[in-house]
Design a protein around this ligand. Sequence first.
Ligand code: ATP
Ligand code: MG
Length: 399
Amino acid sequence: MPTPKLNIRSGHPDFLDLDWSRSVTEWDPDRLVDLPTGIHRHEIVFVPYLRDIYAVKEMSLELARHEWQMLRGLRDRDASVVEPVGIVERPWIPPDEEGAGAVITRYLDYTFSYRELIEGGGFGPRRNQMLDAFANLLVELHLLGAFWGDCSLSNVLYRYDAEALQVTMVDAETVSLHDRLTEGQRTEDLHLMIENVAGGMADIAASQDIEVDAGDLALGDDIALRYEGLWHELTRDEEIRRDETYKIHDRVERLNAMGFEVEDVEIVPGAEGESRLRLRLKVGGRRFHAHRLYELARVEATERQARQILSDLHYHHAKQGTDSPAGKAVAAVQWRVNVFEPLLVRIEQAMGPSGNPVQGYADFLHHRYLLAEQAGRDIETEEAFEDWLVSGRPGYPLS
Ligand SMILES: Nc1ncnc2c1ncn2[C@@H]1O[C@H](COP(=O)(O)OP(=O)(O)OP(=O)(O)O)[C@@H](O)[C@H]1O
Ligand SMILES: [Mg+2]
């Protein structure tokens, strides 16, 4: 039997039980799970293991090597991208032929493809969320110096993120990484996105046998507009007076509130000489609250879920009056063990195996907040939780 070459990152199965001498299309279907996917050219299968499901995608060796390297580079930069787990080489197949290489990624839980998101055309009531999420991802990638080259509806995965949607890049074949992108690269990437999104919408219309309307074809333009607004907000230089340095703090806080990490603040003399200063911020990944929540309590969540859950942690801190750093660290652990985890178990039970419990937790917190607002006083967690359950576990209203 020909011998494949496997390079697998630690912390995952070794994948040696799979029959690499054959194409994934010939693998025993009983070993695989059938999951919905976006449109794709390459063969891709999903393999369940004890803890996680993995996606195996076959390609030419050159492409597999490139994608593998780009996925790792993107992860290192903390981009929203699927986790690269391994690369497989089949040396008996010529390197430029399909199947000479395969990339293994971890299946991202609780995600869905755009086909599942669309009911009633044009992303229906989730249109705004989807457009914002897309714009956010492109801005994030461009800030990190990543040119995508193939941003499309099929090349991302969607999941709920508290009141918003979050999209994750799934296909990095065409990516190139740079220190920073030029205007030309950003514009080109936006053009490709606009074209691809129109193609995706036309494809949906054809497959559902409905007329595609002009608004749907122009979704990409709408994403580009939102992108430009956000890009400007994040990258504009700001001039302040020398006695206004408090504004630096304000600006950083504003960006953090949007989820962006600020890696550097560069301060240089302003255009009109010594009396003014010019601020230039180096903005990093968009996981500010997710990182804080993980550091404090070792809880993993998407960015907006984390922001919501952190407010729950602060609410408990406030109730207990803990303010020393050591007291806060202990209180964070106590909150996780006594409040968060028991409630998460009850949410999991209520939602069943297909539910997304962390999103459920965020939904519940929002519900508790609405109840308190209505009542004009804090509502005990237990009382609010019962109410959330009998109300059918409502989520956030759509805007
Ligand atoms: N790690 C993953 N988690 C969840 N779904 C995944 C994962 N990897 C791939 N998919 C699903 O498989 C589909 C195809 O993946 P991908 O876009 O990488 O394939 P492709 O053949 O390279 O696409 P293209 O035709 O754009 O080159 C995606 O749309 C997504 O639905
Ligand atoms: Mg793809």
